[in-house]
Write a protein that binds this ligand. Structure first.
Ligand SMILES: Nc1ncnc2c1ncn2[C@@H]1O[C@H](COP(=O)(O)OP(=O)(O)O)[C@@H](O)[C@H]1O
Ligand SMILES: O=P(O)(O)OC[C@H]1O[C@](O)(COP(=O)(O)O)[C@@H](O)[C@@H]1O
Ligand SMILES: [Mg+2]
Length: 331
């Protein structure tokens, strides 16, 4: 007797968008779960770009050995403008049929999920998403794979900047990643003891920064760190530095550091490895259970399935409690 669970015989897995530490652990878990359940796993290289170019390879339990601790993604990643075209999608569909894939697991961020939705709807094809982005801008999971590791990288850098800032009595503007999201900034701001954190979700204007600098100027602080999310609406870190100079003259000696892509690399934290392993297993089990167009996530320590549409459209609002805590401890 054929059951729902027998229908998935071949699963393709890809990583897409910005790479994130822990993606390898997720690939490993997907591949090993497939083997465990008697499903043939296929690795698709360079995200949707590799799907279009038929860069596909059958995998086995051994293909994912010794990768759980490695940053980046062994399947490589790409941003694929072609996949947004009718022709690109049609080519991808042809290749899926050629390899007789029954379903896809896509590991990536909001863009990856939007692509998965369009493709899944167009060709009536089962896809399950795993949240993997250092930006953490996905609804339906407390944390996306890579966020924890990126935070630790950022905080280590912030601590180092604090040392030199204190030695020279300087004010530093530190730009962290987060295209449209302030999660890295807010968490690293709290963890790094920043004097001010600027995020796109809660634009309080440059006046807030002026007011904070004015208020604390009497406190004879030996260093000041302002952490700025890349997507902040008050301009670049250099613009901010300029505006502070205009407002305060030479009261502060200012410096700018942009942390950049160092934040995306490195060995994944244990937290990210465990999260990725759990989500990898859940994704394969979800497909076996007939689920599709959903993302697997963990919220409040519970497994959750969120429609891909929901996961991308409803960007999580910055947690008000975090903003409140940051405000209180930075007086
Ligand atoms: N609306 C869309 N339709 C089809 N494909 C899309 C769409 N949005 C994004 N994609 C695909 O997903 C890829 C990854 O998205 P991107 O935003 O770059 O990264 P992330 O998934 O990390 O947010 C894009 O390069 C593109 O190939
Ligand atoms: O490496 P790229 O392509 O310049 O992308 C940079 C962007 O990727 C990120 O690191 C991660 O974003 P995504 O998960 O959406 O790819 C952003 O914080 C940053 O704005
Ligand atoms: Mg994104």
């Amino acid at each position: 007797m054929s059951t729902q669970q027998d229908q998935i015989k071949r699963i393709g897995v890809l990583t897409s968008g910005g790479d994130a530490p822990g993606m390898n652990a997720a690939i490993r878990a997907v591949v090993r779960s497939c083997v465990y359940y008697g499903i043939e796993p296929f690795g698709i290289y360079r995200g949707y770009e590799g799907l279009i170019e038929n860069d596909v390879e059958q995998m086995n339990a051994g293909s994912v050995k010794h990768i759980i601790h490695q940053g980046g993604t062994i399947l490589k990643s790409a941003r694929s403008p072609q996949f947004k075209t009718k022709e690109g999608m049609a080519q991808a569909w042809e290749n899926i049929q050629e390899h007789e894939l029954d379903a896809l697991v896509v590991i990536g961020g909001d863009g990856t999920f939007k692509g998965a939705m369009e493709f899944g709807n167009k060709y009536d094809f089962p896809i399950v998403g795993i949240p993997g982005t250092i930006d953490n801008d996905i609804y339906g999971t407390d944390f996306a794979i890579g966020f924890d590791t990126a935070l630790n990288t950022v905080v280590e850098a912030v601590d180092k900047i604090r040392d030199t800032a204190t030695s020279h009595n300087r004010l530093f503007f530190i730009e962290v990643m987060g295209r449209d999201a302030g999660f890295i900034a807010m968490y690293s701001g709290i963890g790094g003891g920043a004097e001010e954190v600027l995020i796109p979700e809660k634009d309080r204007g440059i006046e807030q920064l002026f007011e904070s600098l004015e208020r604390t100027s009497k406190r004879n602080k030996s260093s000041r760190l302002v952490i700025v999310a890349e997507g902040d609406k008050n301009g670049s870190v250099y613009d901010l530095e300029e505006q502070v100079k205009e407002q305060f003259g030479d009261r502060y000696e200012t410096k700018v550091t942009i942390l950049g892509h160092v934040q995306r690399g490195g060995r994944p934290s244990c937290g990210d490895r465990v999260l990725a392993s759990r989500l990898g297993v859940l994704s394969v089990e979800a497909l076996r259970d007939g689920k599709r167009d959903i993302m697997v996530g963990i919220r409040n320590r519970k497994v959750e399935y969120t429609e891909l549409d929901h996961a991308t459209k409803r960007n999580p609002k910055m947690d008000k409690e975090l903003v409140r805590v940051a405000d209180i401890i930075s007086i």
